[in-house]
Write a protein that binds this ligand. Structure first.
Ligand SMILES: NC(=O)c1ccc[n+]([C@@H]2O[C@H](COP(=O)([O-])OP(=O)(O)OC[C@H]3O[C@@H](n4cnc5c(N)ncnc54)[C@H](OP(=O)(O)O)[C@@H]3O)[C@@H](O)[C@H]2O)c1
Length: 263
């Protein structure tokens, strides 16, 4: 299948490791030109180099904190300066901390909203007008399976991710007439540094080994295992492609069947 991604220009946010990096690598393998970002410069540049070496793709790498609107605006501006357009934008960020509601502060809530909702909005504000003019665009948000089924211990994520899926549905309605497709991709348990951190934290709290926590998670998944970042990236690459031309306004899971609802 020709995905039609050759020479498309793709921004992938928060992409020095984990899911974002896998998505960037997947798009580069299909011939897209990339703009990637994260906060830690050394890891970011190492990832950019790894992608260039593996795929031959052109990669712009800029240190950015996605919770800072000025930095996001400058990043999108640099991308346009370098590649003259933005066809695809995949938003991503870290996840809020795991804690029960009773331990959260107002500051925790504000930080979670900034990290996962406002960062998405900043990219939307900057790239959607460009895509609208081009009459072609793919705006894809990375959230979590939490939008379909709350994840235990992650109340900050559970609440704020749903705001992003509401934003996605509304943007899809508003920009459909411009051939700009807006979708939300929702990872379940996928083996990344973030998941290792979460496993270590839960294991320490329960006086068990992180491996036992991971095994318990896997047992809740019909496929009986955790996902690989590359499996998640395949879904995003497809949604970014020409082949997904009649799909918009959707929240689509890559979770091995973890969420138990019918829809
Ligand atoms: N893995 C899973 O099982 C899973 C499941 C559901 C949802 N999710 C969500 O999916 C997203 C990605 O998860 P992951 O597992 O790939 O996490 P990860 O391995 O921790 O990677 C996070 C990436 O985001 C960057 N980042 C974090 N905060 C940032 C910020 N403020 N500005 C710019 N870049 C930032 C990190 O680099 P720097 O730290 O250098 O900035 C890193 O490149 C998270 O929101 C996570 O909660 C993951």
């Amino acid at each position: 299948m020709d995905l039609g991604l050759k020479n498309r220009v793709a921004i992938v946010a928060a992409s020095s490791q984990g899911l974002g990096k896998a998505v960037a690598m997947g798009l580069a393998r299909e011939g897209a030109k990339l703009a990637i970002c994260a906060r830690t410069e050394a890891t970011l540049h190492a990832t950019a180099e790894e992608i260039r070496r593996a795929t031959g793709a052109e990669v712009l790498a800029q240190p950015v904190d996605v919770t800072d609107y000025d930095q996001v605006r400058s990043f999108v501006g640099e991308t346009v300066k370098r590649f003259s357009r933005v066809d695809i934008c995949v938003t991503n960020a870290g996840g809020p901390p795991a804690k029960p509601f009773s331990d959260t502060t107002v500051e925790d809530w504000e930080a979670a909203v900034n990290l996962n909702l406002m960062s998405t909005l900043y990219f939307a504000r900057e790239v959607l007008p460009l895509m609208q003019k081009q009459k072609w665009g793919r705006f894809i948000t990375i959230t979590s399976v939490a939008v379909k089924q709350p994840v235990e211990g992650l109340i900050l994520s559970n609440a704020v991710r749903s705001a992003v899926s509401g934003l996605v549905k509304s943007l899809a309605n508003e920009y459909g007439k411009d051939n700009v497709l807006v979708n939300n991709v929702c990872p379940g348990y996928t083996q990344t540094a973030r998941l290792d951190e979460l496993a270590a934290k839960l294991a320490a709290a329960q006086s068990v080994e992180p491996e036992q926590v991971r095994a318990r998670w896997a047992a809740q998944v019909p496929l009986q295992r955790l996902g690989h970042p590359g499996e998640f990236a395949n879904l995003v690459v497809f949604l970014a492609s020409e082949c997904a031309s009649y799909i918009t306004g959707q929240s689509i899971l890559s979770d091995g069947g973890y969420a138990k609802g019918t829809y």
